[in-house]
Design a protein around this ligand. Sequence first.
Ligand SMILES: *Cc1c(COP(=O)(O)O)cnc(C)c1O
Length: 346
Amino acid sequence: MTAATLTIDLEALCANWSTLDAKSAGDVKTAAVVKADGYGLDAAPIARALHKHGVRSFFVAVAEEGTKVREAVGNDADIYVFSGMMLTDAAHLKSHNLIPMLNAPKQLYQFRSECSGAPFGIQLDTGMNRLGMEAEEFIPNREVAQDAKLIISHLACADDPDHPQNAQQLEQFHAMTDGLNAPKSLAATGGTLLGADYHFDMCRPGVGLYGGAPFQNAFPVAHLDIPVIQSRTVRAGETVGYSAGWTATKDARVATLAAGYADGLIRAMGGNDVHLYAGDVACPLIGRVSMDLLTVDVSQLDDVPDTLSLLNSHQTVDMLADAAGTIGYEILTSLGNRYARRYIGE
Ligand SMILES: *Cc1c(COP(=O)(O)O)cnc(C)c1O
């Protein structure tokens, strides 16, 4: 058995949800964003655990993703679809009772002709210019919006509390929706942390649930343990890996591990202060990241263990992301399908 093991801590996931939920006042709901297959961790066990924990509103990116979530949580939860309704989605939305966040007047008209009477939400653009109706598209439809189950917009810069665009988008959201009775939501993880002004009727965190920034105090949810295939002595002056990327300055013990960039361990993290842990002992990742292999300097260990840990309470997805020049979201959603997956707290 040489597959690495990805352990997903559902208790940490639920604890993170509760901590984020506690940031808003009691009558503000907290949803869970489970798009991209639960940020790469498998939306079925993720949604099931959160539902058991009391979550009743979920968000996915596209209608197809709603199928798995509906099967996982049963019928007493709302599942919203960020992409709204694309032409071929109507039957699927209806059969799985999914709520499209309609993003354009055209989607609204199509929805009303194909799914008349079914619940819908509306997504507004307040400055990100990605998804949602602009003010001039929305104003003629404000009357219809009274019947929306939820009206949302999304902040572009909420991971930076000092960014002036946060307040600008907040003001624009007010300008577009004040006076409407439909429930409103503006905050993802970052917005949830910006404070009560941003909470409206619902917060909808994603990445923070899975232990990622900008939620600094999150418990890590993904733990990755990688088997050691072999280890060898590398003499001073010898090199390790492709392009002879690392040179031993003194005799070293080097372990070769069974995971690589084909498993989502982004190649760019090589050589950038990443460690593999034997318990609390940090052993440097050395040389290039290969497709299926990593090399690690384990000279400081008395014995080479069967596995070394890449993701743990010492080294988070955000630390790997920094090393690879990306964000924790990409580390999580890149985690490969070759891992044996183990769920704690199911
Ligand atoms: C992805 C997404 C979220 C969740 O964002 P996080 O930063 O992961 O909390 C919320 N709302 C929308 C519209 C999104 O696309």
